[in-house]
Structure formats: C-alpha cells, structure tokens
Design a protein around this ligand. Structure first.
Ligand code: C5P
Ligand code: MG
Length: 175
C-alpha cells in the first residue's frame, strides 16, 4: 500500500532470504531454510548482500528510485552492525516504522496466514521461537533507534485501513 501511494521501493529482508533459499545453485539455501524454521536471524553477510544488490539494481533501473522501505531489517545487533558497516556513507536511515502489536494478535494473524502462505514458519512452534527472537534480539534494536529519536510507532493491532491511515500521517510529515 505504501508503494502504491509513495515513491518508495519496498524491499523485504524475509522475502529476499526466501528467494535466495529457493534459487537453484545457492550455497546458502539449506542454512536459510534451517534459520527460518527455527525463527533465528540469518548471519548478516548473507542478508546485507541481498539487500545491497536489490538496492543497486533498483537504482540502476531508474536513478529516481533511491528511496527504500526496508522491511524486517535490522532484526538483531549483527544485522545492525552489518548495515552500519556496509551502508556507511551510502544510505541514510530517515526513520523506523515500528508496527507495534501484542504477541497474541501476531500469532493469530500468522496462523491465519499459514492456512495459505505455504511458509514453513507460520506454525505455532516456529512462531513461539520467532517471538523469543523478537524479545531477545529485535526489541533492543528498536530501543537503540528510539534513543536516536528515529522510531515512529504505529498501533498495528488496528484494522488494515486504520494502520495504513497512521502510516500515511507519518509519511506525510516525514516527506
Ligand atoms: O520478516 P519475515 O517474517 O519475513 O522473516 C521471516 C524469517 O526470515 C525470520 O524469522 C528469520 O528467520 C529470517 N530473517 C532473517 N533476517 C532478517 C529478516 C528475516 O534472518 N533481517
Ligand atoms: Mg515480512
């Protein structure tokens, strides 16, 4: 919905990892598969190279496309360090959209999605692990961005339209 209304290119770290997992000849397919099922965060060397390549290809196709909505990244300290190292002087993080939502609602939504997503991690066992990873590894990253005044929090327990209305308000303000 953001991409339809604003000039951002959406890049999902999870989607890029799932694509790499199924690419024939990928040396990381098995590792990514295991990490995803276990709800663990893949080593950043893999994820950042996929992100960087996608960003470069997008800008090469049209140099007006230099604004990105990077989804699901950085998820832990390793992700953050990899980003800071590789993107130093190349990319500027304007702000972080934090879709805040209780565990129960998240689990229910993912189980519902699991009926048709085909995702190997939309099941209760993986979801419990993903929640643990989130609490242990991702929350501290949000807190670090919070200290820099970069976090914009959205109540994601609302309906799709209400969530998007809040996102729009933020994007209008931030430009
Ligand atoms: O964001 P999404 O729900 O698509 O992520 C699914 C899984 O992909 C995560 O639980 C994790 O195993 C992997 N992932 C990762 N590093 C990221 C984003 C996703 O390892 N930055
Ligand atoms: Mg995602």
């Amino acid at each position: 919905m953001v991409m339809e209304n604003y000039s951002y290119t959406h890049l999902s770290a999870g989607d890029l990892l799932r694509e790499e997992r199924s690419r024939s000849g990928s040396e990381f397919g098995q590792l990514i598969d295991t990490y995803i099922k276990e709800g663990k965060i893949v080593p950043v060397e893999i994820t950042i190279s996929l992100l960087k390549k996608a960003m470069e290809e997008t800008m090469k196709a049209d140099d007006k496309n230099f604004r990105f909505l990077i989804d699901g990244f950085p998820r832990n300290q390793d992700n953050l360090q990899g980003w800071n190292h590789v993107m130093d002087g190349k990319a500027d993080v304007k702000f972080v959209l934090f879709f805040d939502c209780g565990n129960e609602v998240c689990i229910d939504r993912c189980l519902e999605r699991g009926k048709s997503s085909g995702r190997t991690d939309d099941n209760r066992e993986s979801l419990e692990k993903r929640i643990q990873t989130y609490l242990q590894s991702t929350r501290p990253i949000i807190e670090q961005y919070e200290k820099q005044g970069k976090v914009r929090t959205i109540d994601a327990s609302q309906s799709v339209d209400e969530v998007f209305a809040d996102v729009k308000n933020i994007l209008e303000k931030e430009g």
